[in-house]
Design a protein around this ligand. Structure first.
Ligand code: AMP
Ligand code: MG
Length: 340
């Protein structure tokens, strides 16, 4: 199949909407990462998402809507907590897990009786959803297990020849996936930390639980979509966590160089000069957590493209977006080094 990489101008968004309605696959930008979309109510179209990504069908998809007013098309009931969160954070990077309408295909939800839904905060995604006038199931537009795409070029690299259209709307702003929240438990539980930090949810609904699976050393139980190894680059990523993570990373860099191997480092601006002096190939993530999240996946892909032997990164804490960043780096890592 020939994949068309098209600028996200109105006529191409209209073409993409027709493609979705006809059962095709369209990759499109959201504020988090690029999504690979299909008509969420068409099981055959959804099956093509799993085939294109080589994604196991046990990993359920997020259904995207053009607005809160569309929620009843896929969700059977909406608890008050969910309603308040949706009113506060939609459009935005918060996914709510709700009881599903019977006509949502089992493939979308991996056979669960719940459906994950959100309204993306991106003009192109919203225009596509409105033009198609359908709920669109869309996981990240990467091959399964690869780093999620934050540009149309990343999508092309992973999926060209497998999907009809890639709408190019530039680099995404948030850079990590949405927060997935289960509101059926008390307190509500974060199943996956993401673009809306726990603190922001708590300011609206009070305490939320964070599934321990998102923390570094937890081996945990397999549950839908919360797979251990994910978001991984080709080169082995070593993730340094704990109070002396920075020093342990520097020591590892020196040892790697001494062994004649090339080390890439994902670094905040403040750490970059010392790392460059230490002989690392440095990818600068910026000066704050928003910037780290925005550039994290592009950095992993860029360092892979440099052909480094190993990629090193330190932890950035658990405040705000730090928790989502830690979660992704932990899953991407070949090894987590816990310092004391
Ligand atoms: P992706 O869109 O590739 O980031 O993956 C979507 C993720 O949303 C899955 O991997 C799950 O973690 C989560 N998810 C989707 N549907 C459900 C559901 N019904 N219950 C719990 N988590 C879900
Ligand atoms: Mg994904």
């Amino acid at each position: 199949m020939e994949t068309r990489l098209l600028p996200a101008i109105p006529e191409n968004i209209a073409l993409a909407a027709e493609t979705i309605k006809a059962g095709g696959l369209v990759a499109f930008p959201t504020e988090t990462v690029y999504g690979l979309g299909a008509n969420a109510l068409d099981a055959d179209a959804v099956a093509r998402i799993f085939a294109a990504k080589e994604r196991p069908t046990a990993d359920p998809l997020i259904v995207h809507l053009s607005g809160l007013d569309q929620l009843s098309r896929v969700a059977r009931s909406v608890p008050t907590t969910a309603q308040r969160l949706a009113e506060t954070f939609w459009p935005g990077p918060l996914t709510l897990v709700l009881s599903k309408q019977p006509h949502v295909p089992a493939l979308v939800t991996s056979g669960l009786d719940t459906v994950a839904v959100r309204v993306p905060d991106h003009a192109v995604a919203l225009a596509l959803l409105r033009a198609a006038n359908l709920p669109i199931a869309a996981p990240s537009a990467n091959r399964f297990g690869h780093v999620s795409p934050t540009t149309a070029q990343h999508v092309w690299h992973d999926l060209h020849g497998r999907i009809e259209i890639i709408l190019d709307g530039g680099a995404t702003a948030v850079g990590v996936e949405s927060t997935v929240l289960d509101v059926s438990t008390s307190p509500p539980a974060i199943l996956r930390p993401g673009g809306i930090p726990a603190e922001m949810l708590e300011a609206v609904i009070g305490p939320v639980a964070v599934l321990r699976r998102s923390l570094p050393l937890d081996q945990g139980l397999p549950s839908p979509g919360l797979l251990e190894k994910h978001y991984a680059p080709r080169a082995a990523l070593i993730f340094f966590i704990g109070p002396t993570g920075r020093e342990a990373l520097m020591a590892h860099l020196a040892a790697t160089r001494a062994a004649g191997r090339r080390a890439g480092v994902l670094a905040m601006d403040e750490d970059a000069p010392a790392l460059a002096r230490g002989g690392a190939v440095v990818y600068r993530l910026g000066a704050d957590l928003n910037s780290v999240a925005r550039h994290l996946y592009a950095g992993l892909r860029w360092l892979d493209a440099q052909g480094v032997d190993v990629i090193l990164c330190r932890d950035f804490g658990t405040g705000g977006l730090g928790l989502a960043i830690r979660d992704r780096l932990t899953r991407a890592a070949a090894r987590v080094v816990e310092t004391t």
